[in-house]
Design a binder for this molecule. Structure first.
Ligand SMILES: Cc1cc2nc3c(=O)[nH]c(=O)nc-3n(C[C@H](O)[C@H](O)[C@H](O)COP(=O)(O)O)c2cc1C
Length: 370
């Protein structure tokens, strides 16, 4: 374990009105472990409690579907569309708060990457473009993705309304903030992509059109939840079905997107780039560095930051205010407490999320390897 100064990781921080005990964040992780009907259960409650007890300041929930049309991506994914789902989440929020952490809800619309939907048989996205790659087997998928139907303008409006009403439920359930999933290849990323988005209306073509839905959803959620609930956006270049995906306009697109979200009042940005420390667009700056140029508010950085010295450096010199861990947190929910005590967290092993990425499966792996 390191002797270096890692004190910045453990300094208190603030996102909007929300005070956080440290700069450590659990990144959103789909765990495909909800009960039928997308209802969060006791297993999920224990899972989220472990992170709070392990010392993380903020937990961002797994990607949750906000509507019963085309948003759901995975079998056993939790939703936020009815009272039963809301009550399930409320129990999780209360448990996390009781254990001393804060929790934001991530809302995810899978769009063309939907592998399973309890409510409809069709897949819908910006345009009729079949996503490249294969469905994720560890989220119960197999084979190629379906070709989506292109969303109509009224359906796009309904998606925005769905995000806003789901966010209203989050606030009622006690969540401290909202994160919109604009990353990793899902619906908003598809709209921003010049491949997945072939539209010739106000949502297609130039970059500001391709970012229109980002701004509309952000604005609708902010209007619905009011000024005291921070609303942020997660962004990435990589997609789950194409790890090499890049924004077509490079640094120009980054400037447009980060500035547009800043102007629309986004309360934080969450940048996912693996690794977060790698330069992008053929230059010397990281994606977080580009975000820092155009956005003054809190930035959460994610992507292979589980080494404490790397995390510390990225806060002190990399432009990040918070560091989020996915695999590092999954492997050891007590990462903050162990690192602060100069201990060694358990490292991630791919077996923890195979053959399926369920909570039950990770537990079985831990028992077999303890
Ligand atoms: C099991 C698993 C599930 C994930 N689910 C989500 C998700 O629901 N939403 C999201 O934005 N990213 C999701 N991700 C991506 C992570 O949040 C993170 O961006 C990525 O793993 C890189 O961070 P890391 O190097 O700390 O693992 C998931 C990652 C893993 C390993």
């Amino acid at each position: 374990m390191t002797d270096a100064d890692i004190s910045h990781i453990f300094r208190p921080g603030r996102i909007g009105t929300v005070d956080l005990a440290s700069r450590t964040v659990v990144a959103p992780m789909t765990r495909v472990s909800a009960d039928p009907g997308g209802i969060p259960n006791a297993l999920m409650r224990d899972y989220y409690r472990n992170y709070a007890e392990g010392g993380f300041g903020l937990i961002i929930s797994e990607g949750t579907y906000p509507d019963r049309a085309y948003a759901q991506g995975y079998r056993h994914q939790p939703g936020m569309t009815d009272d039963a789902q809301q009550n399930g989440w409320q129990a999780i929020v209360e448990t996390v708060h009781h254990a001393g952490a804060k929790i934001f809800q991530q809302f995810m619309h899978a769009g063309a990457l939907s592998q399973h939907n309890d409510y409809v048989n069709e897949v819908a996205g910006p345009s009729t473009v079949q996503p490249m790659g294969q469905m994720a087997t560890n989220y119960f998928g197999s084979g190629p993705y379906k070709t989506p139907r292109a969303l109509s303008l009224s359906e796009i409006g309904a998606i925005t309304e769905g995000f806003a009403s789901a966010a209203t439920r989050s606030v009622a359930a006690g969540f401290d903030g909202i994160e919109i999933h604009g990353a990793n290849g899902y619906l908003l990323h598809q709209f921003f992509s010049t491949t997945a988005n072939q539209r010739d209306d106000s949502y297609g073509g130039p970059a500001d059109n391709r970012a229109r839905l980002h701004v509309e959803i952000l604005t609708a959620i902010k209007d619905a939840v009011g000024p005291d609930i921070p609303v942020g956006m997660r962004l990435s270049q990589m997609a789950v079905n194409d790890f090499t995906d890049q924004w077509a306009g490079g640094a120009r697109d980054a400037k447009m997107l980060f500035s547009a979200l800043g102007c629309a009042g986004v309360d934080f940005l969450h940048i996912n780039s693996v690794p977060a420390t790698a330069p992008v667009f053929g230059g010397t700056k990281t994606l977080v560095g580009h975000a820092r140029d155009y956005f003054d508010g809190p930035i959460i950085a994610c992507g292979a930051l589980q080494d404490p010295e790397t995390a510390e450096n990225f806060i002190v010199r990399g432009g990040a205010d918070f560091i989020a861990l996915a695999r590092g947190a999954l492997a050891d929910p007590a990462w903050p407490k162990k690192v602060e005590a100069r201990g060694m967290p358990i490292p991630f092993d791919p077996g923890m999320t195979q053959p399926v990425a369920t909570i039950e499966n990770s537990r079985a792996w831990s028992v077999a390897h303890s």
